[in-house]
Design a protein around this ligand. Structure first.
Ligand SMILES: Cc1ncc(COP(=O)(O)O)c(C=O)c1O
Length: 392
């Protein structure tokens, strides 16, 4: 049997490498919203761009192949992909969700799904016993995000899939932090892989996009129906930007992950940093599972300073990373989850989940790692020491 190409080769040499009509080495952008039908009785492959568009299809087939699925779908944002997948649920169904979930997904579940009579429970998905205990007869979906945002908690994917299959539930997994370069959930039995393609897949902070991939044809047909019915499809310019970004995914993620590991080690030894959350650190509780189920630890880490004032001082003094919402770009991005990704979460919920006022999240980009560390060193020098508690 012919050996499959490596992932980095597949990113470049696929069905979409050259346009069959012209030989162009970039996927043509097809702007048409509608398509002329040459035969009254026999319509062509495309009729209207919400239902199907050649440029979007190139991206959908590319992500399906990279994730090892049969069908991919491109949406106007990660949240559009996630929300459309949730439309598979009906009134009276129950969804079990990882506690440490992206704030926008939390908002969709708590403020929207509830209104449609869909029940939900948040659970610490690193604890398989808690997952098993919270499955109900009406549980239809178990929703994972691993490593999670922003605490980088690692879920045992196969463990959850086993429980889901035993109870006839579907599994969804948000693979934004890993991408198929590092983690292939469909190979581990997951039913739907979801992405904010805004992040590493596109990689340049210049597009908002979402993707979903399935391995089962029937599920693919259902999701296609929902994509077309709900209509939150990705525009063609944006589909092209994601396709272009994908070509360098492997090399970007490799470099950024290496730098993230070095920065995590540096921060872990710094006296003003109270905790570092990065699955690549030996003492991370999910380190072994991550090593087993993924091909790397990724380029995102979080770290905890003493309090909000310490975080503010650090952000004001750091020079290289942009201070912004989002992650997974060529430039390093520093975020403050309490006011950014998790602003939609009530404070007490946020604190209960460990998303404290001193927590910062860093998505490592492609800057020289020594420059980043030097910059962090100078920014941390402005942060006040936490006053020591006098011993009694
Ligand atoms: C893990 C994760 N999932 C989903 C989303 C939502 O994606 P989008 O912003 O593209 O709608 C985000 C955005 O930050 C995210 O970090």
């Amino acid at each position: 049997m012919e050996r499959e190409w490596a992932f980095s080769t597949k990113l470049l040499h696929n069905e979409w490498k050259v346009d069959r009509e012209t030989g162009a080495v970039s996927v043509p952008i097809q702007h048409a919203s509608t398509f002329h039908q040459f035969d009254f009785d026999l319509f062509g492959k495309y009729d209207y761009s919400r239902s199907g568009n050649p440029t979007r299809e190139a991206l959908e087939e590319t992500i399906a192949a990279l994730e090892g699925g049969v069908r991919g779908f491109a949406f106007a944002s990660g949240m559009a992909a996630i929300s459309t997948a949730f439309l598979l649920l009906s009134k009276g169904d129950h969804v079990l969700v990882t506690e440490d979930v992206y704030g926008g997904t939390y908002r969709m579940i708590t403020e929207v799904l509830g209104r449609f009579g869909i029940e939900y429970t948040f659970v610490d998905m690193t604890d398989l016993r808690a997952v098993a205990e919270n499955i109900r007869p009406n549980t239809k979906v178990i929703y994972m995000e691993t490593p999670s945002n922003p605490l980088l908690k690692v879920t045992d994917i196969q463990g959850v899939v086993k429980l889901a299959k035993a109870h006839g539930c579907l599994t969804f997994l948000d693979n934004t932090f890993m991408t198929p370069a590092l983690q292939r959930p469909l190979d581990l039995g997951v039913d739907i892989v979801l992405h904010s393609a805004t992040k590493f897949l596109a990689g340049h902070s210049d597009v908002v996009a979402g993707l979903a991939v399935v391995k089962d044809e029937e599920l693919g047909k259902e999701l296609y129906k929902l994509q077309n019915a709900f209509g939150a499809v990705l525009g063609v310019q944006d589909a092209w930007l994601v396709l272009r970004g994908l070509k360098t995914l492997h090399v970007r993620l490799k470099q950024s992950s290496e730098s993230a590991a070095a920065i995590a080690k540096y921060l872990a030894c710094h006296p003003k940093v109270e905790e570092v959350y990065y699955p690549g650190l030996d003492n991370h509780p999910g380190h072994d599972i991550q090593r087993h189920q993924a091909a790397g630890f990724g380029a995102v880490l979080s770290f905890r300073l003493a309090d909000e004032e310490a975080a503010r001082t650090f952000v004001r003094n750091v020079r290289l990373p942009v201070f912004a919402v989002s992650l997974g770009a060529v430039e390093s991005i520093l975020s403050y989850p309490a006011k950014m990704s998790h602003a939609a979460m009530p404070k007490e919920e946020r604190l209960r989940r460990g998303i404290t006022d001193g927590l910062l999240r860093l998505s490592v980009g492609l800057e020289d790692v020594n420059d980043l560390i030097r910059d962090f060193e100078q920014a941390l020098s402005f942060v006040k020491e936490r006053p020591s508690v006098p011993s009694t």
